[in-house]
Write a protein that binds this ligand. Structure first.
Ligand code: CS2
Ligand code: MN
Length: 362
């Protein structure tokens, strides 16, 4: 397991690279060019700039999250051709600087969705919270306005230029079913996977978060059966999954341990975090520890250890603790604790299997 940490870029993140370097066993950043709109080709000079910053801090840039997919590709519009071309050029450039994994998602309009970015927990910390009834009862425009108004920094995938066009986007998705989305995803994969493979890159689709339809929009990357179908759309190691335990874990029917075993060769990237689910469909992003949430994080790390996982991992969102001022879900403290928890479990399993020698090697 190769540990990484998401970083939003110079001037766009509260965590300096040198702090990331100080988290034990953390070798690289998970990065993106957040100011390049979805669909545009990434400029080489900006890519090289991030690489230079990471190099100077002694961190690698092997994993990109995300190269966002333009809505026209998800909608299957004729204009997708140009956006797919741009996507391919970006893949080639990323291959040139040594990127190994590109994470992306195929969620219509919205990326991850929560109703409260600072829900207070029993211990006074705050965390990202999803209130099921509020999604059902609130108009999406109003909800986005409320959430963005309460947040100093925009959430990834919620870029203002995309949200400005919300009305038009909702109209465009009228009549777009899950099957349409599957077809459009298949088309996209046929085009980009060969280019990724040629450039030494594994594509890794992120599950939908939450893993069910919201505001009547179709969502397909939601469960084990659908991931199986996804992998068959293009049966090649370069067509892979970002297995996010927190996103999938919001649905109690998802058996993440079973997914790790079934899809083991096709998981270049693991997001490992917990959520605490409530009976009414609400959930909150609790600490990484198994006991604090509803997802068996210890079992998940054991499953990764059992399959001899050599891919990249990162702690996903964290709580906001010790009065840290940070991006919602992306502070330093709780994610650093998350990493230590994940390593603690991993080293424990390794020690039980191979003793001190194994731990030294790992
Ligand atoms: C999120 C997403 O759960 C997560 O990892 O932070 O924003 C994720 O980065 C994207 O869906 C990947 O494309
Ligand atoms: Mn994730």
């Amino acid at each position: 397991m190769k540990m990484t940490f998401r970083w939003f870029g110079e001037g766009n993140d509260t965590v300096p690279l040198r702090y990331i370097k100080q988290i034990p066993g953390t070798e690289g950043i998970v990065w993106s060019l957040h100011d390049v709109p979805a669909g545009e080709e990434w400029p080489m000079d900006k890519i090289v700039e991030v690489k230079a910053q990471a190099d100077a801090a002694g961190l690698h840039i092997d994993v990109v999250e995300s190269v966002n997919v333009h809505e026209d590709i998800k909608l299957g519009l004729p204009s997708r051709e140009q956006y797919i071309e741009n996507y391919k050029r970006t893949i080639e450039k990323l291959g040139k600087v040594g990127v190994k994994v590109i994470c992306y998602n195929f969620m219509p309009i919205f990326d991850w969705l929560r109703t409260d970015l600072h829900k207070e927990m029993e211990d006074g910390s705050t965390a990202l919270f999803y209130e099921h009834s509020r999604i059902a009862d609130t108009d999406p425009f109003e909800l986005v306005r409320q959430i963005n108004a309460n947040s100093a920094l925009t959430m990834p995938g919620w870029e203002p230029e995309r949200l400005q066009h919300l009305t038009k986007l909702f109209e465009a998705y009228q009549g777009v079913t899950e099957e349409h989305l599957w077809n459009n995803l298949a088309y996209f994969l046929q085009e980009i996977i060969p280019v990724a493979a040629e450039n030494g890159i594994r594509m890794a689709i992120h599950p939908d978060d939450p893993p069910w339809s919201i505001f009547g929009l179709p969502r397909i990357m939601t469960c084990q059966d659908n991931f199986r179908r996804f992998l068959k759309l293009y049966d090649h190691p370069a067509n892979g999954i970002t297995l996010c335990s927190g996103s999938l874990g919001a649905n109690p029917d998802n058996d993440i341990i079973a997914m790790i075993h079934e899809f083991k060769d096709r998981i270049p990237f693991a997001h490992i975090r917990n959520v605490r689910r409530y009976d009414n469909g609400d959930f909150i992003e609790s600490s990484h520890r198994t006991q604090d949430g509803s997802v068996d994080i210890a079992g998940i790390v054991k499953a990764y250890h059992d399959i001899g996982f050599t891919g990249y991992a990162r702690p996903d969102h964290g709580r906001h603790i010790w009065d840290e001022k940070c991006r919602p879900g992306y502070g330093l403290y709780d994610r650093a604790l998350g990493i230590m928890h994940l390593w603690g479990l991993w080293d424990g399993f390794e020690y039980a299997k191979n003793g001190k020698e194994g731990v030294n090697r790992a």
